[in-house]
Write a protein that binds this ligand. Structure first.
Ligand SMILES: [Zn+2]
Length: 71
């Protein structure tokens, strides 16, 4: 696999980088927690949940790989 793993932008405002230790997950650089894990702060999860609910209602998906300086 040569696919480049770019950092993810999280709804909580943090940036998640691919965790090369586990090889399967992303780690939020703001909370230092693995995204989707038990260690992820509730506030962080809430933001992601909000977007999940929004998407289920037909809203626009959160773009985890959006360019930070996109205009
Ligand atoms: Zn976070």
């Amino acid at each position: 696999m040569t696919e480049k793993l770019s950092p993810m932008k999280l709804p909580c405002g943090g940036t998640a980088f691919f965790d090369t230790d586990s090889g399967i997950s992303y780690r939020c650089w703001d909370c230092m927690a693995v995204v989707g894990s038990m260690g992820q702060p509730q506030s962080c999860k809430d933001e992601m949940q909000k977007w999940e609910n929004w998407t289920k209602l037909g809203g626009k998906d959160w773009d985890y790989f959006a360019e930070t300086e996109e205009i």
